[in-house]
Design a binder for this molecule. Structure first.
Ligand code: NAP
Length: 307
């Protein structure tokens, strides 16, 4: 029987682990299918306080994990595939093995959204990517396409313009979600071309197991054409990882956990932390702050029960 299980090993999960380990709760962290969370997919992080020169995302998150382990937190590889939160102790199935716990912190984050095309799914890792910072390097001097109209798309297009011979940004509308400063930066970049009101219908070429081009359609004129592309980057948002708790933990229509004040969910003893609940701030520092809040709430909750 665990005092607390933390699902997720990004900033939120690791910070919750540091705090609950220091409170002697011997937390178990289930690392999840994207261990380290979003920071493990980035390079330099310049806005996490305490690092005047910046710090590499993977180093920052690994340091947090080591810090938690130094205080006795345990880490388990794998993901939660089933959960019973109907009564306590809560039961979690981690890759086939059931674990019981008095409390739970859900810090499972949000994963990249895909278009859902069959060709896209077949070419992931063969020219299709959701992480510019991870894969941009492979497209030096090549033709790159970025999909999306938010800040992520602008940021990724700018970043990828360091590598590619050209970057085409494809957005399905004319209006952008991106902030003005990010949009202006992309517009001022001579390597970035914008294709608006445009959607991707197919990515070529599955038979060759590499990206050689895309079929595009203008939503206004219905014109369809093929364009040569070597690297295809999605930047169309994220989906919260709450599927396994569907029908148990209350979420909004998009699957983000609904907060019931502080780090509380609708289930007493189940707490949230980080991007799995936060669709607004989504920063490393806010996720860490949320992890801290959840751990303190767990501590108080268990104390009130006399544990
Ligand atoms: P976002 O703001 O939700 O934007 C997603 C974009 O993808 C939208 O333009 C959306 O189009 C498009 N999209 C969604 N599904 C699509 C589909 N199936 N096909 C084609 N296009 C699709 O997501 P985000 O850009 O990842 O940003 C998330 C949050 O992080 C925001 O709050 C953002 O400000 C923040 N962020 C900040 C920075 C920064 O300041 N440095 C960098 C990155 C992200 P529609 O507009 O038509 O819906």
């Amino acid at each position: 029987m665990r005092n607390v299980v933390i699902i997720g090993s990004g900033c939120a999960g690791n910070t919750a682990a540091i705090y609950s380990a220091r409170a002697n709760l011997k937390p178990l962290v289930v690392a999840g299918h994207e261990a380290g969370g979003q920071l493990s997919l980035t390079t330099l992080v310049e806005n996490f306080p305490g690092f005047p020169e910046g710090i590499n995302g993977p180093d920052l998150v690994e340091n947090m994990k080591l810090q938690a382990q130094n205080f006795g937190a345990e880490y388990l590889h794998g993901s939660v595939i089933d959960a019973d939160l109907s009564k306590r102790p809560f039961r979690l199935n981690v890759e086939g093995e059931w674990i019981e716990t008095l409390t739970l912190i859900v810090a499972s984050g949000a994963s990249a959204r895909w278009l859902g095309l069959e060709s896209e799914q077949k070419l992931i890792g063969h020219g299709v990517s959701s992480c510019a910072t991870c894969d941009g390097f492979f497209y030096r001097g090549k033709k790159i396409m970025v999909i999306g109209g938010g800040d992520s798309a602008m940021e990724e297009a700018n970043f990828l313009s360091r590598f590619g011979s050209e970057v085409t940004l494809v957005h399905r509308r004319e209006e952008f979600r991106a902030s003005k400063i990010m949009l202006d930066r992309a517009r001022d970049n001579p390597k970035i071309k914008f294709l608006l009101n445009t959607v991707v219908e197919e990515i070529h070429d599955v038979s060759k197991q590499l990206v050689s081009g895309v079929r595009l359609r203008n939503r206004k004129t219905n014109e369809v054409w093929d364009q040569e592309v070597d690297g295809f980057f999605l930047a169309i948002g994220h989906i919260p990882n709450t599927k396994v708790f569907k029908g148990q933990i209350e979420t909004d229509a998009d699957g983000y956990i609904l907060s019931k004040g502080g780090a509380r969910t609708n289930i007493a003893g189940v707490f949230h932390a980080g991007d799995v609940q936060d669709r607004v701030y989504r920063q490393a520092i806010t996720a860490s702050g949320a992890g801290c809040m959840a751990a303190i709430e767990v501590e108080k909750f268990l104390e009130a029960e006399g544990h």
